[in-house]
Design a protein around this ligand. Sequence first.
Ligand code: NAI
Length: 251
Amino acid sequence: MKLLAGKTAIVTGAARGIGEAIALKFAEQGADVAFTYVSDSSAEKAAALESKLQALGVQAKSYKSNAADFAACESLVNDVLATFGKVDICVNNAGISKDNLLLRMTPEQWDEVMTVNLKSVFNMTKQVIRPMMKARQGSIINMSSIIGEMGNAGQSSYAASKAGIIGFTKSVAKELGSRNIRCNAIAPGFVETDMTSYLKDGEGADKYKAGIPLGRFASGEDIANVALFLASDMGNYITGQTISACGGLNI
Ligand code: NAI
């Protein structure tokens, strides 16, 4: 029996990286998947992923939608409901980093990171809770980061946005637990994606890996497996939690 058979998921920012790995994992486990991308340059990748998901025998559709835009999220969820009929799982994965020392960080850089990383989670969660409340069930998964728990020099905006996600996650869990809607966060360490391409090889990478008890960076699939657990009925008694998936970097 597939773990997500009969469920419908929305994953934001899934044309590549962790989001793509989650979309694939969910489809492999039987979920119908609606996913978003934001820039025209990702359209080809999104179309390729859509076909890949459909080849797994599930319903899948990509949507060009900006998670940072409240009205866009409202029409996205309406469109998904019209096409798929329901939303059981929402993965708020879209995110960016604009790293800079605080001395040099501009208000515009701060605002952009907070809007894309944190307001997007509000935007999407606000839209999916209505159908989830009607269905008396749902699983919301927010992509935080180890940086939101530990902080990092040069990443104050990113850290603040990811820490904000943790507080938001706990509050939503408390508000909606009685409706059988669970809300959890994942806090990955270093994951090999375009976002961390600067870490790929060489001495720098070796130095980072030396500090990780498991001695390697995560793959997208490592993180997708945690999302699968939280999305599925295996995670039925888990809410308000932040699951660290960092190879032990935080111990
Ligand atoms: P990525 O840069 O490869 O993928 C992020 C995706 O989000 C891209 O496809 C991008 O187009 C999309 N996106 C950006 N802004 C968007 C918007 N406004 N609306 C919709 N989509 C948007 O990054 P990666 O590594 O896959 O990251 C995914 C999530 O995981 C992010 O929230 C990131 O902060 C988080 N994360 C990543 C870690 C890593 O080491 N790669 C570690 C911890 C957390």
